[in-house]
Design a protein around this ligand. Structure first.
Ligand code: CA
Length: 266
């Protein structure tokens, strides 16, 4: 299978005139399946994106070195030289927080959770509908441009959010739990901030999806649950018995900044 790989894979920034259109968002698509890669490139270009292709993790690394300012990365999990998970983890560890949409091979919970744990912002299971992929990429980019337009603080709270042992600085994009640094993706910062701005209120998955992911009328809300799970692992003393990111059965989630002390004397 490996031998049937395309020889003609553009590793370098492609369309010669794309530099003249600074406003079109630039995507890096990391996908080794030739037909899928070609289809993605074509469709993204039809949507007005500038697209660079990479057929391996190594190739992706070269693209990122040549052009640091990608607006989003579409990353396949199964790559010939490294998994997309490992590549995403490497990116985040190196301080690159470009939004990543992961293409997982199976719609398995484990793959999805792994993707989010290594710092992907979203995932889509193969096979997927093109319209869904395009909607999710638009959502990633919308969120990004919206973040850039935000004044330093918004909502009712300051940019530094404290609860339990956690200190989350949304401006500087730094987070600590009991003094230990916690690496969050931009989306996780947004989610914490949204919760903090609406502390004590029950927030539906739909609302979180619309307000944080900028994804309207999107039926699949499991992504939200996965992110809450992740926040609990970062910031709850016991993630299985959350004190701050509470589930509200049948409704959604609620953030509690100062939970009542368990076992406190009456
Ligand atoms: Ca693949």
């Amino acid at each position: 299978m490996m031998s049937s790989w395309p020889r003609r894979f553009p590793s370098a920034p492609s369309p010669p005139n794309s530099d003249m259109v600074p406003l079109s968002p630039r995507l890096l698509v990391v996908e080794d399946e030739q037909h899928l890669a070609a289809g993605l490139k074509l469709n993204f270009e039809l949507e007005g994106y500038a697209v660079d292709m990479a057929c391996s993790a190594r190739n992706a690394g070269e693209c990122l070195l040549q052009r640091p300012g990608y607006d989003a990365i579409i990353l396949d999990v199964m790559l010939p030289d490294m998994t997309g998970f490992d590549l995403c983890r490497k990116l985040r560890d190196s301080g690159n927080f470009t939004p990543v949409l992961m293409l997982t091979a199976l719609d398995s919970t484990r793959d999805r959770v792994t993707g989010l744990e290594v710092g992907a912002d979203d995932y889509l299971a193969k096979p997927f509908e093109l319209t869904e992929l395009l909607a999710r990429v638009r959502s990633l980019l919308r969120r990004r441009s919206w973040e850039r337009q935000q004044p330093p603080t918004r909502g009712t709270n300051a940019a530094v959010i404290s609860f339990g042992g956690a200190v989350v600085d949304c401006e500087r994009q730094e987070a600590r739990m009991n003094g230990q640094e916690v690496k969050l993706t931009r989306l996780e910062f947004d989610l914490v901030r949204y919760f903090a701005d609406h502390a004590g209120r029950v927030l539906s998955r739909q609302e979180l999806q619309e307000q944080v992911w900028k994804l309207a009328n999107y039926p699949n809300t499991r992504m939200v649950d996965n992110f809450i799970m992740r926040l609990r692992r970062h910031f709850e003393r016991d993630p299985s018995v959350p004190a701050h990111f509470l589930s509200v059965r049948g409704s959604g989630y609620k953030f509690v900044r100062d939970p009542p002390v368990a076992g406190a004397a009456p």
